[in-house]
Design a protein. Structure first.
Lengths: 319, 427
């Protein structure tokens, strides 16, 4: 590959005497490097302040002891308290597993609902593509919480959906969905579907139509050309959709708080409860770290299994 | 007092109430930690119109202990008052009782209805208190219980000077004076109070309940229609098991936990709530629930819903929401002046006619009855009902049936309590 001017410029050793005509080159190289730092620094600084520092604080807190409101006014001391982690796991391993299970089911539902929709819009949307896609996003201009609360009315025992059915005698009077796992998973699916639809749409939209035409020219049926051409080419989109849905859905606590009932508690709720109500700050911090590491491991393993370079990067970024 | 804008002739207070109070119950805001639903409630928008929370300049900072000048003459010109949503009288614009205070004292109060639950509000104050800094609030309202105990124990509540509260001394109800969690009212004065009992929908129950055990019987409630208040359930259950919560220990807590597990696993059970049970009650998802008196009474008296509130046969839980001055507040003298101002019967009346909780000023009952006599129509009827509700004006018989609940005052107690009770719902 031919070296570009900036590559060569970067290779000029510092302190080497250069003919006057080339001295500007070094200055240019410096400016370019500086420009890169300048462009990275606002976002980088933002991440350091907003993510890295809190992360370090949480990790330190998760290895601290104390924090009792009455004895120490909520202050903790760093003591390498590993028992916080064992306490977090022994008390709540079931909830971790449940959160992962709910998120996995919801993610599967999201993908199976969003894929056909994104497919249709990308391939047959024509000039309405943008409008149609906007329509998926429009409900999401309303606050997350408000949308979830609306599900209370839809799924209510005598609500929009089941009230009429009960009156017609189609379902028994004491039938209810609200406060059950079904309601929580339905809520998560609904709330995270755009996060699945968006990357799927982008991946499908990007597919070169000539490849599909070529498949048809080679006598592939519609099904085969979908299976052999479209689906493999949309894998990066599926991958990103899974990560973008699964990771936040696991930690979600809004849906289980508003729509859930006994036996549908998710890990986000428990962490909040440990922080705010039980004021066991170190254990709550340990639970957050476990959740974070668990997600990272799952995402990386998934990236490994699916294996595109694109998706490995995406996994790293998402986790 | 002449300042009662709410009662001007030709001014329809009932209408004003309907228009200005997109009523959510005081406590039924959805608790979601970081997610601020409150920001979307009409009440907050109205409150926001009243101005943002600005720092006060006043009689200088003061720490939890040590000499604080409470002389009203030295009070600062502004005051930040943090309270629960819809927990004060409201007119079309502003708060009549606070305007009356402004007229009387020349202190401008910035009112923030920002407290949605004790735990997260306490969490909000904590960093400032730990750092020995001003929390930006001069008065906050906290329910009796472990957060209040923690505030007092850590000296995060400024000690009040008993010499500067004449109205309190003259008018406070017996239950508001020297409560066991704050003897001699050294740090707190009651704002309002209420009962936790059973609220039910008369059209949905199979049979009218009378005791707490009825909550787990399908003879009384259809299956899947009973709600539980997580925070109040342990004390309420203990009262109904004949245990005095105040002196209860682990064995008694285990008994109450057993009872709650039985309810959780019974056919009638629907859900356990932090807040929000009233939404499910009004939506018809619940036939009955452990409930706060003022919530149910509001829907019964002002909204005409078929709701009833009862004190279970074996007793109820009484809770008191207390005004206190956080450490390092800017205007403690003004704060105490305002706290005492709300013990004037005619001011307390303004609040009670709106919030329908128990007033710490018993004289208000007669004032509301008199007000009812001077009005006509539905409004008069609603006021009469307010003046006559036994849940607002507890007699000694009722007071003997209620308990203020267990006051957790050490880390070990708090940890054991939460491990016993929170885990029931965290399954």
């Amino acid at each position: 590959m031919a070296k570009t001017a900036s590559d060569t410029a970067g290779l000029i050793p510092e302190g080497m005497e250069l003919p006057p005509a080339r001295q500007g080159e070094r200055a240019l190289a410096r400016r370019r490097r500086l420009a890169a730092y300048l462009m990275l620094s606002p976002g980088g600084l933002y991440l350091v302040i907003g993510f890295l520092i809190p992360l370090v604080i949480i990790v330190i807190l998760s290895l601290s002891s104390g924090g009792g409101l009455f004895s120490s006014g909520g202050k903790t001391t760093f003591t390498w308290e590993w028992s916080n982690y064992s306490q977090a796991l022994t008390e709540n391993w079931k909830i971790y597993l449940r959160s992962i299970a709910y998120a996995a089911i919801a993610t599967t539902l999201c993908i199976s609902l969003a894929y056909p929709m994104a497919y249709w819009i990308a391939f047959y949307g024509g000039r309405w593509k943008a409008t149609l896609f906007m329509m998926i996003l429009v409900p999401f201009f309303v606050s997350f919480v408000i949308r979830t609360v609306q599900w209370n009315f839809i799924l209510g025992t005598n609500g929009l959906l089941f009230g009429p059915l009960k009156n017609l005698g189609v379902i028994p009077q004491d039938f209810h969905v609200l406060r059950t796992p079904v309601a929580v998973i339905a809520g998560i699916t609904y709330n995270y579907m755009p996060f699945a639809a968006l990357p799927l749409y982008v991946a499908l939209e990007r597919i070169d139509r000539r490849l599909v035409e070529a498949a048809k020219d080679l006598y592939a049926t519609k099904q085969t050309s979908f299976r052999k051409v479209v689906l493999p080419l949309s894998v990066p989109g599926i991958f990103a959709a899974v990560i973008l849905t699964f990771v936040p859905a696991t930690g979600d606590y809004v849906n289980s708080t508003i729509l859930g009932g006994p036996g549908t508690t998710m890990i986000g709720q428990i962490i909040q409860d440990y922080f705010l109500v039980r004021h066991l700050y170190p254990v709550a911090a340990a639970m957050s770290v476990i959740l974070m590491l668990g997600m990272l491991v799952l995402a990386l393993a998934y990236a490994r299994a699916l294996g595109t370079e694109d998706s490995t990067l995406a996994a790293g970024a998402a986790a | 007092m002449t300042t009662e804008p709410q009662h001007q002739p030709g001014f329809n207070a009932a209408l004003a109430r309907g228009l200005t109070s997109q009523r959510m119950s005081r406590r039924n805001m959805i608790k979601l930690g970081g997610v601020s639903v409150g920001a979307l409630s009409l009440s907050s928008i109205l409150a926001a119109c009243g101005g943002s929370s600005s720092s006060t300049s006043g009689a200088g900072g003061s720490s939890g202990s040590g000499a604080v000048d409470f002389d009203p003459a030295n009070a600062g010109p502004t005051l930040n008052f943090s309270n629960w949503p819809l927990y004060i009288d409201k007119a079309f614009k502003g708060y009549p009782s606070l305007e009356a205070f402004k007229t009387a004292s020349d202190i401008t109060v910035t009112y923030n209805d920002e407290i949605n639950d004790n735990a997260s509000f306490f969490g909000e104050l904590l960093p400032s208190l730990q750092g020995k800094q001003d929390t930006g609030r001069d008065i906050v309202v906290i329910t009796n219980g472990e957060y209040l105990a923690a505030l007092i124990q850590n000296e995060w509540a400024i000690e009040l000077d008993p010499n500067y509260r004449p109205n309190f001394d003259a008018n406070a109800a017996s239950w508001a004076k020297s409560p066991f969690y704050d003897e001699g009212n050294k740090h707190t004065m009651a704002w309002q109070s209420g009962l936790t009992g059973i609220g039910y929908n008369t059209t949905l129950v199979n049979k009218v309940p009378t005791k707490l055990d009825d909550l787990m019987s399908t003879e009384y409630f259809p299956s899947g229609t009973v709600g539980v208040l997580k925070s109040d359930a342990p004390d309420l259950v203990m009262v109904n098991l004949g245990i005095d919560p105040k002196t209860s220990q682990q064995p008694e807590w285990d008994q109450a936990a057993e009872w709650l597990k039985k309810l959780r696993d019974s056919d009638t059970f629907y859900a356990a709530y932090d807040q929000g049970y009233v939404d499910d009650l009004t939506a018809g998802n619940l036939a009955g629930s452990m409930a706060w008196s003022g919530d149910v009474l509001y829907y019964k008296i002002w909204e005409g819903q078929p709701f009833e509130f009862i004190v279970p046969a074996d007793g109820a839980l009484l809770w008191i929401d207390n005004m206190l001055i956080p450490a390092n507040a800017q205007n403690p003298a003004g704060a105490l002046e305002m706290m005492d101002f709300y013990y004037k019967p005619e001011i307390a009346q303004m609040v009670t006619e709106w919030v329908l909780y128990m007033s710490p000023v018993p004289a208000v009952q007669d004032l509301i009855a008199a007000h009812a006599a001077s009005e006509t129509g539905t409004y008069a009827k609603q006021l009469t009902e307010t003046a006559e509700s036994p849940m607002l004006w507890p007699d000694q018989v009722l007071l003997d049936q209620v308990s203020l609940g267990r006051n957790l005052t050490t880390d070990a107690e708090s940890e054991a309590w939460h491990a016993t009770f929170d885990t029931i719902w965290e399954q």
